[in-house]
Each structure stands twice: as C-alpha cells, then as structure tokens.
Design a protein around this ligand. Structure first.
Ligand code: PMP
Length: 396
C-alpha cells in the first residue's frame, strides 16, 4: 500500500474515532422487519425506511422467486445493450401510471437516479436552485452537472423567489432548475410544492422533486406531487424503490420526451447493469399494491400518529413532522448518542442523528414507524422512551 494513502487513512480514521464520529456498523441478523435481531438481541425496529412493511411481504417474495426461475438472478447487461427485459418495460409502464405521467425510467438506486437525471439535463451554463436541506444524492447530482448551485434557505419561499429572480434576470444561465425533496427525512416536513410551482411558472424554472420519502406515504400513497395535484406541473418526479416500495432502485417519471432523452443521455442507464429481474417483478407488484389499496398506507399513518402521541404525552420534543417520520429532538450530541444506546439496551433500535447530518445542537433520535408495527411493539418502544428519558433527565 502507498505510504501516502496509509498515512492519510490512519490519521483520518483515528481522528474520527477520537471525536466519536466513526460509525461502527452492527449487522441486522436476518430480515429488516418491524422487529430485528442485532448482537443476538431482539429489538423493536424504528430505524428502517420500510414504511409499508413491503420489504418482507410474502406475496412479493414469491413473485421475486418465481421471476428468478424464469428470468435468472441478473439482467446480464446494461439497459441499452440487451439488459432491458420485458419486466423492466412493465415496471416503467406501472411507474408512469403510479405517478400520473406519460412515461418513466428506472435506475439501480435512488442515489444514482439523482446522479443520472440532473447531469443529463443541466450543465455548466445552467443554474440550480437547491433547498438547503436537500438529500446528499441531490447535492452530488448537482455537483456532477457542473451547473452553478444556488442554495436557498429551507422551504423559504421568499428566499427562493428572490434567488430565482436574480438568477433568471442575470442573463448568465441558459436554464434554471429548482430542486427539492418532497418530504424532508430528518424532520418529516413536506415541501411547499404549490408555491414552488407558482415561482417556477413565474420564472420558467425546470421543476425537480425527489419524493423518496413521500411515495407510498403521502397523497394516499401516490406521493407528494399527487398530494397537491401537481402531476402535470412538475417536470421531474423522482422516487426511490427502496423505501415504501421495499426493494431497491430509483426512477424518474415525466413527459415522454424527457424520458426519451434520459434513455440516451443518463450515464447509469447507459453504463451500469440493469436492475435484477426478480427485484423488478417484486417492485412492479409492490407499486400495483399501493395503487390498489390504501390499507397499508392507513396503517402506517395510524401507527405514526400513535407513536407521536405517546412520545409527546411523555413530554418529548417531537418537532413539527407532517408525516409518520417522528424525530425525538434531544439537542446535545453526546446526550443524543447516549439516549439511543440506552434505548438499544432497553430493546429499541432507534438511531441517533447528529451533526453534520443535522445542524449542531439539534441531535435527535429519529423514529420511523411502519405499517408492519403492532400497537404492542409501539407500546414497548414508548415504555423504553419513558424509562430512558427519565433516567437521563430529558423528561420529568
Ligand atoms: N433521495 C432521497 C431524498 C433520499 O432520502 C434517499 C435515501 N437515502 C435517496 C435519494 C437515495 O435512495 P436509495 O437509497 O434508493 O439510493
């Protein structure tokens, strides 16, 4: 190994460990369901994005298994050579129906979807207005495009309007895009899409919404864009297939000419092997299930309300979430980490999230209830919160 690399790694790893910022990963032993096993201990799981419980759904498992029998475990090539199998076409037709658009294109992950889609359309002669709290994959996608990135204060529509006006009137840019998460995963708040669309119309901005945490959750399952009835106003509807849908992958839904362009210009579509067929078949059925019934969606919201009520009644600060995402804001970073560790010992897996993922002094334990949790599981979690909260002096 190069000495330069060796020294770089050793010094930086030691530094991270000293600051308590090195994330040691304890694997989940088995499936990632409403309860999980970690280090031999059974825990109520409040940290997965498996909102509807579909990651372990029996019907989806059977469909994946049957498709592996007929189509194999791998797609065999990138989409543009011969990795586009019949199952991929069916998935993309289903996604377009789900999102109310002319067409859709799938990618291997939500992360690489953002890398793919932004850089296929934006370049160094363009500008992107980006919410300050947008997800890392959006930030990286913007950087990859080489467009000028102009961050606006989180959900601050006055700031967005002022920056949109300045960017479009400067004459410096060919195209200007506004890009936002649909649901912000650290606080559970929803983007102000009606105002964003109004500003976009005023200044002819391209609109891009990454609804990774909204699809399956908001809009009776259809997502945040449909929640506001804006499916004809948003140019790029991005989603992930790994959270409420329960499998893996990402997609863009939009007008046919946009999807046609992405098929010839988005690099992960051209140069990275297509999603495996078993996964694709399971994803397609999962999307159909969300369109057919709101049962899981309703259960998710009911569980979210139940957990929020339980924690708020104990006196915890649960922020202003508008979705089932339930942050429990502790503040101090070390105390937040200690809180999460004690919860683990009391049988609850709820990860601490601290700076730099969230601003300094707003450390939190983030809870992600799902449709698969029972009230007994949530009661156990609330009881553990009560015990640890009193012990650490966070609640009376
Ligand atoms: N976008 C947003 C807003 C996300 O929260 C995430 C999730 N980590 C992603 C994209 C990436 O999705 P995936 O995990 O499917 O790569």
């Amino acid at each position: 190994m190069s000495n330069v690399l060796n020294n770089f790694l050793d010094e930086n790893l030691a530094d991270l460990r000293e600051q308590g910022l090195y994330n040691d990963i304890d694997p989940v032993e088995g499936a990632n369901g409403p309860t999980i096993q970690v280090k031999g201990q059974s825990l109520v799981n409040l940290s997965s994005n498996n909102y509807l419980g579909l990651a372990t759904n029996d019907e989806l498992k059977k469909i994946a298994q049957a498709t592996i029998e007929t189509h194999g475990v791998g797609a065999g090539a990138v989409r543009t050579i011969n990795g586009t199998l019949d199952v991929h076409v069916k998935l993309e037709e289903t996604l377009a129906k789900f999102k109310g658009t002319e067409a859709a294109i799938s990618y291997q992950s939500g992360f690489n979807c953002n890398m793919a889609a932004i850089s296929a359309v934006m370049d160094k002669n363009d500008a992107i207005l980006s919410d300050q709290l947008n997800h890392a994959s959006i930030i990286d996608g913007c950087r990859l495009s080489k467009a000028k990135i102009i961050a606006y204060n989180h959900s601050d529509m006055d700031d967005l309007r002022a920056k949109a006006k300045a960017a479009t009137e400067s004459g410096l840019y060919n195209k200007v895009m506004v890009i936002t998460d649909g649901v912000f995963s650290m606080d559970g708040d929803i983007a102000k899409l009606p105002e964003i669309v109004e500003i976009a119309k005023e200044f002819d901005l391209i609109t891009y919404v990454d609804d990774a945490h909204g699809s399956g959750v908001t809009g009776k399952g259809a997502g945040t864009v449909k929640h506001f009835g804006l499916q004809n106003e948003i140019d790029f509807q991005i989603g992930t297939l790994s959270k409420a849908i329960g499998v893996v992958g990402g997609y863009v839904a939009g007008k046919k000419n946009l999807i046609d362009w992405l098929k010839v210009r988005s690099r992960p579509f051209l140069f990275s092997t297509a999603l495996p067929p078993g996964d694709v078949a399971a994803i397609t059925r999962a999307v159909e299930m969300i369109m057919e019934s709101t049962e899981l969606h309703d259960k998710l919201w009911d569980n979210g309300d139940y957990l929020k009520r339980g924690l708020a009644e104990l006196g915890f600060n649960i922020g202003d979430s508008e979705t089932p995402i339930t942050p429990c804001i502790i503040g101090d970073e070390k105390l937040t980490q200690q809180f999460s560790k004690r919860l683990f010992e009391e049988g609850v897996y709820a990860k601490s999230i601290v700076f730099p993922t969230v601003p300094k002094g707003t450390g939190r334990v983030r809870n992600m209830p799902t449709a698969a949790h029972t009230k007994d599981m949530l009661d156990d979690a609330i009881a553990a919160y009560a015990k640890v909260g009193r012990e650490l002096g966070i609640i009376q």
